[in-house]
Design a protein around this ligand. Structure first.
Ligand SMILES: [Zn+2]
Length: 87
């Protein structure tokens, strides 16, 4: 079970099973669920947004070399490792 709170306010939860055999896919799945279930609703315009394309939300993906990334649909070069956005 995954419980979520934003700014200290409980938002609910979802069932989630972490696959220890494929942690990259598990992280991408969790990030995607959080974005689709809460963050795109609670944060105006969506979250996270691309630093180079401020009107475009990014999505979680597994990139080259198995890196877990936030990907930008406008420019693949904007990909940022999950946890490195700095926002
Ligand atoms: Zn971008």
């Amino acid at each position: 079970m995954c419980d979520l709170s934003l700014d200290g306010v409980a938002q609910g939860g979802c069932s989630f099973d972490w696959d220890v055999a494929d942690p990259e896919a598990s992280l991408v799945d969790l990030a995607d669920r959080l974005c689709e279930g809460w963050l795109h609703e609670e944060v105006w315009g969506g979250w996270p947004m691309c630093p180079n394309h401020p009107t475009r939300p990014m999505w979680a993906d597994v990139g080259e070399g198995g890196r877990t990334i936030w990907a930008c649909e406008a420019d693949p070069a904007d990909a940022i490792e999950i946890g490195q956005l700095g926002v």
